[in-house]
Design a protein around this ligand. Sequence first.
Ligand code: ZN
Length: 367
Amino acid sequence: MDSFERYSRQIILSNIGIEGQEKLQKSRVLVIGAGGLAATALAYLASAGVGTIGIVDGDRVELSNLQRQIIHFESDLGKLKTKSASDYIKQLNSQVYIKEYPVFLTNENAELIISQYDVIINGTDNFPTRYLVNDYCVLLGKPLVDASIVKYEGQASVYLPDKGCYRCLYPIAPSDKLIPNCSEVGVLGPIAGIFGSVQAMETIKILLGMENLTISDRLIIFDLLNGNIRTIKWKKNKACPICGDNPSITKINSDYNIYCKTEVAQQNIEDWSIDLAHLKSIKPAPRVLDLRNLEDAKKLFLSNSSIVSYDDVLSAYDSWDRDLPIVFVCDIGLRSSSLTELLRMNGFKNVFNLRGGIIKYSSELYQ
Ligand SMILES: [Zn+2]
């Protein structure tokens, strides 16, 4: 088949040309997960002529996948997702070499698999894997193109070697049981399609040497239900536990499936958490920042609290007074403890988390 004709529409682009096309052909991209995000990411990377694509997924195709994982068909039900994805790519572009890994990424196999690729795309929806992938990408110096989707919304960012990582934004992983995933709260297919496409685009830019044009210093958040796009600027966190100035994680030896948080981090959160009675007794009254959405806050709220989003705090906290007394609250105390941890790591001495979240105190607040 004539490669020039196949790729002609992108070869004529000034940033690509024949040279760029050859770079793509020599490139190796690893896609972790063969689900909704991977579907469009794989399709566009294969059609663009990325030479080698690795696919990691230990699952088999189920009927509930077909609503958004558009590379799998009814005839693939029960097949390994890696095989089904590979069959799709072969139909699309027989010039792509596909390496199937029909396993789940674990502490035992991650290094061997990730080390063989130029760019890593995370298409999984669970936190242990997200942190596992992030940590290995940092330690192995691999660019990570990350995205996550839930309900009608998605977010994406790119983590380049030495330019910051997922833990710079979210230092400690929450317990997997506390975070909803797509199977519990739902997601609409086009959200997966758009963000998988964003991941393919960002990956192509990295492969072509256009790292400076990636979204590596930003988190893009797109709520497709109401059409709102937000961009949150972020930068490398000097106190990041893995890519900061004095990293506490220098090699990976924990089982990410058992716990994400280290015991030290859990103890810290306990020390920095207060209950409602304690919060009310603090004089002078601290700033109470409620991380929930307006709708939830209207139903149940603490007096004198302000609504602020997690992302707004992320983009603004660096300019705040580090002695400012602040108490973060959210619904179950998860996002609030994560932000408390982040600010504490960055020199804030009077930041606290409302233990258990506002839901725990609903009976008291209604009285
Ligand atoms: Zn980091």
